[in-house]
Design a protein around this ligand. Structure first.
Ligand SMILES: *[C@@H]1O[C@H](CO)[C@@H](O)[C@H](O)[C@H]1NC(C)=O
Ligand SMILES: *[C@@H]1O[C@H](CO)[C@@H](O)[C@H](O)[C@H]1NC(C)=O
Ligand SMILES: *[C@@H]1O[C@H](CO)[C@@H](O)[C@H](O)[C@H]1NC(C)=O
Length: 463
């Protein structure tokens, strides 16, 4: 039977590499080079690219942006993922498990990135990355926490961008042309045509824009609970006050946007669960707790529900734990008397709290049941990791500040772009300004990198 609510976890688990035998774990995935990437221009720049977001937590299970790539530019809907670095699109190659993008598959034209390229080294950095020949193509293979994966080759191409300072630029950025995708379990291929990698590593689009001197190394998103929202790369629209900031954990600084330790509260009372390390991952539809925190949360909720007119809804397929009422529920408001808010208190910094109201951990399904949007991370192989996914990031501006190594959030109406103190044309303030950040113009042809066809790793088909 098909699951109605889609869930995915784009959190990088593995990177494998063809000229490097074997694979290595996330723990060693991105080695020590990140701290030195702070650009020399970091203090003299201050522009931002803003993109409207589409999607929702339920039933779609993703939030994406439409980006134009290439010359002439073609539109790609990419899942926004702060849990991994590599951006990739569906490649025009005999493709397994591919979703056709809106315009066309990405067609590489003599723009393969050579193996010696810094982005190639960054995605394979463990010190073991070796090029047989520096002009070899750069193959990649990534696997996400939900066991979805992409295999392909790195290319470089233009990303036409409109910045908030009015300039229109076409930086050349490096990304993957994915020709072999697989999706976990019974899920259908996602409707998005790839992933926009916004993670902490050098290969991420954010780091690339930063090292080109175009923006500060700060990004953020505002995911609306009504669907949609916006993404920004740069720090222009970050409010100067009112944000709850917590430092990124230095131990995992180089892998994920992680913070902690945090203490979990339910209904204003401590659950006794402390010391949680949390990863902020826009590529995950739902939130995952380790089995300790999950068990405790579920037990508290169940205890609270006893004597209330809610019953287990075992026939609901959207998520594992669901309840039905006497009548089908229409909105979360219908269940507000039965559940209490959760809260994470980040104990390293005084009074920094992430409020998790009912909307941020429950969904009401198409059948009118209410389901727990927190899943058992240990059960899906996340071990002790806790992931704060889209459901708990909704209706907040969430900021990933790589300049100051901190993560911040503030309640926000994500249906409108924030009012920044600047002269822009009125369109800028319209929600979902259709082409903001994206431009139509063609760009002068890019210089060609290496003039070779792609060599596909499996021998099934030649390009
Ligand atoms: C806008 O910012 C970009 C990148 O920081 C810069 O290259 C460009 O010159 C700026 N444009 C204006 C009009 O200031
Ligand atoms: C979680 O609860 C299950 C039963 O619901 C139990 O089998 C398991 O041992 C518990 N795990 C932890 C870590 O508390
Ligand atoms: C969560 O997953 C772990 C590992 O599979 C399992 O031991 C535990 O019982 C699960 N918790 C619940 C409440 O199902």
């Amino acid at each position: 039977m098909e699951e109605k609510g889609k869930k995915k976890v784009f959190l990088l688990l593995l990177v494998m590499f063809s000229t490097f035998q074997g694979c290595f774990s996330a723990a060693s995935q991105l080695s020590s080079k990140i701290k030195s990437t702070q650009s020399k221009t970091a203090n003299s720049i201050g522009s931002t690219a803003v993109f409207p977001i589409t999607g929702n937590v339920y039933p779609l299970g993703y939030y994406s942006v439409s980006l134009k790539i290439g010359n002439p530019p073609k539109l790609f809907d990419l899942d926004i993922d702060t849990g991994s670095d590599l951006t990739w699109v569906q490649c025009d190659a005999p493709c397994k498990g591919c979703t056709k993008p809106r315009n066309a598959l990405y067609n590489p034209k003599n723009n393969l990135v050579p193996c010696k390229h810094p982005v190639c080294s960054a995605i394979h950095s463990s010190g073991n990355h070796q090029c047989e020949s520096p002009t070899d193509q750069c193959d990649y293979e990534v696997e996400y926490a939900d066991h979805g994966s992409s295999v392909g080759v790195l290319v470089i191409d233009q990303f036409p961008l409109r910045l908030t300072n009015g300039s229109v630029l076409g930086p050349r950025l490096t990304f993957g042309c994915g020709y072999d995708q697989s999706n976990p379990g019974p899920n259908q291929p996602p409707p998005t045509a790839g992933v926009l990698g916004l993670g902490v590593g050098k290969a991420s689009i954010m780091s690339q824009l930063h090292s080109l001197g175009l923006t500060r190394n700060v990004l953020g998103h505002c995911l609306s609970g009504r669907g949609g929202g916006y993404l920004f790369l740069g720090d222009d629209i970050v409010p100067s006050s009112g944000i709850a900031w917590t430092p990124m954990s230095s131990s995992s600084l180089e892998k994920h946007y992680s913070s902690g330790p945090a203490e979990l509260f339910y209904g204003g009372k401590t659950t006794g669960i402390k010391g949680l390390q949390t990863i902020f991952d826009s590529g995950s539809s739902y939130t995952y707790f380790n089995s300790d925190a999950y068990n405790t949360t579920l037990n508290l909720i169940r205890k609270d529900l006893s004597g209330k007119p809610l019953q287990d809804a075992r026939d609901e397929r959207a998520l594992p734990i669901c309840w039905k009422g006497k009548k089908p529920f229409k909105t979360i408001r219908d269940v507000r008397d039965y559940f209490k808010p959760l809260l994470l208190k980040f104990t390293k910094t005084k009074n920094v709290q992430l409020q998790i109201p009912l909307e941020a951990y429950l969904i009401v399904t198409e059948r009118g049941n209410v389901c727990l949007g927190i899943l058992n991370g240990t059960e899906v192989g996340l071990g002790n990791l806790n992931i704060i996914g889209d459901i708990s990031l909704q209706d907040k501006m969430v900021i990933y500040d790589n300049e100051k190594q901190r993560i911040g959030w503030v309640s926000s109406n994500c249906d409108r772009l924030p009012n920044v103190d600047r002269d822009y044309n009125e369109d800028f303030w319209q929600p979902y300004a259709a082409d903001f950040g994206i431009i139509e113009d063609n760009y002068p042809a890019i210089a060609e990198e290496i003039n070779k066809p792609i060599k596909r790793k499996s021998s099934e088909s030649e390009l």
